[in-house]
Design a protein around this ligand. Structure first.
Ligand code: CA
Length: 351
């Protein structure tokens, strides 16, 4: 153990952190240039990366430095917090903000860099494949290419230029994910231009609230569009305690059934199952950003202990005390092992 170790390995379980961000420094420079050009026309992106790409305040400086490192500094931080393994994902919004050709090329470049890191530290890192959803066929090809790297999942940072995966034009991605048995991590993005104004004018567009509203909406759109009826084996992971959807399950079932029965919306078609059934059978939840025992236990109760797992959200919420608090949850060791280790091993096929 190194002198900097503050949290020891736990004898009862490995701690696998499942929503851990990285980004090459060159991508952050591209974000800054995209922001400065004003070409994207996305106030959410401007708010997020206008700040994080260039602010010299301590937090964004820390985040930029940590995101870019896939080596000794990251390993030292993992050791200091007792994290055995990170599942790595290109930070939000990934390559999705760029135009189609640039996004496809950047996905390849960043996946290659991640592959080098995973090969160097195979016991400490696993990777998720970054894709350009705006090019669904090329995205499916990239999944095929990266399956040879042994990548364990797919990272999609919610909407792409304001478009949602509930649109069938994106479903080649779901088809490939299901066929290759790869889970999709649906990670937040800032609300798109059509949604963001009342969020950003109150400073609530980012991780504090806008992320969760936008991503919860995205997952709900995927469910109500019938994606899981069409691709019944597909598994989607959402962070931040399921972006609040577990808390909504009763009302989602009630109002979806009422809406279908009344034929109120042309777009709202009958589903084979209740909305909550898909949350229990096709969705995994991580506690990224929410080191809070009552919320974790509630999700375990309503979604199931075999579908709720740990994430630190490094480096955005690198807080060693959170690991101590979660170790001390009033929860039997077998359930805690599922939370920290076994659910992740199962969904990402790590073992
Ligand atoms: Ca995150």
């Amino acid at each position: 153990m190194s002198a900097t170790t503050t949290i020891k390995p736990n004898p009862n379980y490995k701690r696998i952190a499942t929503e851990e961000a990285w980004a090459p420094a060159e991508l952050i420079v591209r974000y800054r240039k995209l922001y400065e050009s004003g070409a994207l026309g996305d106030p959410g992106f401007d708010s997020l990366w206008g700040f994080y790409s260039s602010s010299t305040a301590p937090r964004p400086t820390f985040i930029r430095e940590k995101l870019a490192d896939l080596g000794d500094m990251r390993i030292a931080d993992m050791d200091a917090t007792g994290i055995d393994h990170q599942i790595l994902a290109l930070t939000s919004p990934g390559v999705q903000v760029f135009d189609k050709a640039e996004a496809v090329a950047l996905a390849r470049e960043t996946n290659d860099i991640l592959n080098d890191a995973v090969r160097k530290y195979p016991t400490r890192f696993s990777g998720m494949t970054a894709i350009a959803p705006q090019a669904p066929e090329q995205a499916a090809q990239e999944l095929e290419r990266c399956s040879k790297f042994g990548f364990k999942g797919i990272i999609i940072n919610s909407h792409t230029h304001g478009e949602y995966l509930s649109d069938p034009k994106f479903w080649a991605i779901f088809e490939a994910a299901e066929a290759m048995n790869l889970p999709i991590y649906l990670h937040p993005n800032t609300p798109p231009p059509k949604m963001i104004e009342p969020f950003v004018e109150a400073g609530l567009d980012g991780a504090i609230f806008g992320f969760g509203v936008e991503t919860g909406l995205h997952l709900l759109r995927i469910i109500t569009a019938g994606v899981f009826d069409r691709f019944p084996k597909l598994q989607i992971i959402v962070g931040h305690m399921g972006e609040a959807l577990p808390y909504w399950m009763y009302r989602l079932d009630y109002m979806h059934a009422a809406g279908v029965k009344a034929a109120r919306y042309e777009c709202m078609k009958p589903l084979k199952k209740k909305v909550s059934d898909y949350l229990r059978e096709n969705v995994y939840i991580t506690n990224s950003g929410v080191a809070w025992e009552p919320a974790i236990k509630f999700a375990q109760q309503v979604i199931g202990v075999d579908r709720v797992m740990y994430a630190m959200d490094y480096p955005y919420q690198y807080t060693p005390q959170e690991v101590i608090d979660l170790d001390n949850m009033n929860m039997d060791v077998a359930t805690k092992k599922k939370f920290y280790q076994s659910v992740a091993e199962q969904v990402f096929k790590l073992a």
